[in-house]
Ligand binder design. Sequence first.
Ligand code: MN
Length: 406
Amino acid sequence: MSPGWLGLAHDDPFGVHNLPYGVFVAGCVIRVGVRVGDLVLNVSGLESQGLLDAHGTFETADSLNPFLAEGRPLWTAVRSRLVELLTDEAHRKDVEPLLFPLDRVHPQLPVRIGDYVDFYSSEEHATNLGKLFRPGQPPLLPNWKHLPIGYHGRAGTVVVSGTDVVRPSGQRKPPDADAPVHGPSQRLDIEAEVGFVVGPGSDPGVPLSTKDFADHVFGVVLVNDWSARDIQAWEYQPLGPFLGKSFATSVSPWVVPLDALSAARVVAPPQDPPVLPYLADDRTGYDIRLEVRWNGTLVSRPPFAGLYWTPAQQLAHLTANGAWVNPGDLYASGTVSGARRDQAGSFIELTWGGAEPVRLADGGSRRFLEDGDTVTITATAPGADGRVVGFGEVTGRILPAGAGPG
Ligand code: MN
């Protein structure tokens, strides 16, 4: 791929090999954009000016949903046209006026999310949480290796990176207390995850197969599934997470297309026992390397490549009962944790339930999140020809309980 007139460095994680999509506000108008280098290309403007044909899905849109609904043939055609526009000198004079510096635009939630599902697909994370939540019992429940465990999250409280998160209040039962109390969470945590954005919907009553993944999933965002462990531990049995997680879930603003991740494909771990036929897949995983920073200190590097359940299996399972998906649905992997402590995707694992505080570069130490703390999750994946694919970041700051957004 020619570096083109933009003059981007070979190692720029947002070169024309990536081209993630988002929605941004510049001035008073909302536009669909594509990030390239430290610039954002106004693709709504490109379409209005007749330089790009996206079937009208960019021209007046305030979300990626119309584009997502069109499916892979349009995604492929638009991608190749964008590469042409951004590399061929002949298009420079038309395209240059539609480029904005990244730091001058305000990224929005890229997708209108109808349904949000969160899985629990890292064996290391499920094992760690089992030990911490149910000490003395087998850490993995009997169903864990037979199906990708998940729950339906709250789509309406998914927020874009940079949105402050108010510390949730709720019921918790201190271990030595006879009765629960209500108040601000004292064990506020993160979950570093990878999210998958659904493209074309499926038909009611017709499950998708693992082979349908590439036709029904457009791309990937980073997810922070903020979790109040004390609320969660008291409320989760028998129906699973509820208010301990529904107060906010943050996502990164730029959706990296699956098309940018061909070189990041890896073989996911073998599964034993064998799965039921509807969950059989080609074991395609993705070598997405996450980094978690707590007030700027790098505390963990969770490896997505090792997840037991693949995104194709998750999609097949979430439609296996006949439930259909719609354009813009989001499903997340579950906390990504590796085998080592410095690969933990949550702080309850990193500090082992708060028993082993982590020291931050500013000299402070932490067990769980304190008011004013900021957590930033970033990621990269291998691209073709030694390039790197960037995912940007999902970041959020904790405000005190009861405080409105600052
Ligand atoms: Mn989660």
